[in-house]
Design a protein around this ligand. Structure first.
Ligand code: C2E
Ligand code: CA
Ligand code: CA
Ligand code: CA
Length: 279
């Protein structure tokens, strides 16, 4: 039972206590931040190769505690997941992204991009998620095919209910992207069980381009899997022209990374779409 196992608390190190305290502190600040409107979305363009035409954008959340500089999501998303706040924060992210996407579609019509939103394991296990996504799409008048939800392998293996949630979202008509593709242990198994529409090939494979023949062969195979399965392949973390050129030569159709654009506020996306859309 819960009481067995001896003096569990005596084995707690001071460092662990400090971490737990730190988490509790961040958790409270996050909840207050959501109430006070301290979160913002920035959007990173996803371009079509070789001309760099913007076809999609990925929403990335930023937190500005007390209106100050942004805190990295790498710091607060794990805490938000652990405490369950990601469910409410995630609902705000999806709704805000749908509102921005609907506005781009109104203003830019055929030039408007698809929008990708990251969804964590905890959100996928929330039975309300599909209805909540449907509600946001409906409220803002956004067609489901313009929304893609980015999931990770770990999120899908967090529980059987997660696969059912992905299926429900796909039935709604949204796209499903497998994020950080190739980094997990069961990326290929997941392609059999999950109705995925897009593979986002992890930056670690893109970093190896123009390197050894072996590294290039892996990057080529990953885009080959996508084209064989009729999935969209997006290369993540492209930082140089040489990489972009190589990706095009290896059969990649879409790319995302600092070489093309960093994540920017929504009004700057408007500017890009209003110009000729090429980066
Ligand atoms: P991710 O989904 O893999 O997002 C890509 C990350 O790589 C972003 O970092 C982006 O700014 C960064 N990146 C893009 N291009 C380049 C490049 O060329 N070079 C390098 N070095 N980095 C590049 P960011 O915004 O700090 O987000 C980190 C992670 O936090 C994301 O990884 C995602 O797992 C999580 N995250 C961000 N926004 C959200 C969100 O709205 N919801 C959830 N659940 N997670 C989010
Ligand atoms: Ca992502
Ligand atoms: Ca990624
Ligand atoms: Ca990542």
């Amino acid at each position: 039972g819960k009481q067995s196992g001896g003096n569990r608390y005596h084995t707690h190190s001071a460092a662990l206590d400090a971490t737990a305290e730190h988490h509790a502190h961040i958790a409270a600040a996050l909840r207050r931040g959501l109430e006070l409107g301290e979160f913002r979305l920035v959007y990173q363009p996803i371009v079509e190769l070789p001309h760099g035409i913007v076809q999609g954008v990925e929403a990335l959340v930023r937190w500005h505690p007390d209106g100050g500089p942004a805190v990295s999501p790498a710091e607060f998303i794990p805490v938000a997941e652990h405490t369950g706040l990601i469910v409410d924060l995630g609902a705000w992210i999806i709704d805000t992204a749908c509102a921005d996407a609907a506005a781009w579609h109104q203003r830019h019509r055929d030039n408007a991009p698809w929008i990708s939103v990251n969804v964590s394991a905890r959100q996928l296990l929330d039975p309300e998620l599909p209805a909540q996504v449907a509600g946001s799409l409906h409220r803002h008048g956004l067609e489901p095919r313009w929304l893609t939800l980015e999931i990770t392998e770990t999120a899908v293996f967090a529980g059987g209910a997660a696969v059912a949630a992905v299926q429900a979202l796909r039935e709604l008509g949204t796209g499903i992207a497998l994020d950080d593709f190739g980094t997990g242990h069961s990326s290929l198994t997941l392609l059999r069980t999950c109705p995925v529409t897009t593979l986002k090939v992890d930056k670690s494979f893109i970093d190896g381009l123009n390197g050894t023949a072996q590294q290039e062969a892996i990057a080529t195979s990953l885009s080959g899997i996508a084209s064989t399965l009729a999935l969209r392949a997006v290369a993540e973390g492209v930082e140089s022209e040489a990489q972009a050129d190589r990706l095009h030569a290896l059969g990649y159709r879409y790319a995302q990374g600092f070489y093309f654009a960093k994540p920017v506020p929504p009004d700057q996306i408007d500017g890009i779409l209003g110009a000729n859309r090429a980066l």
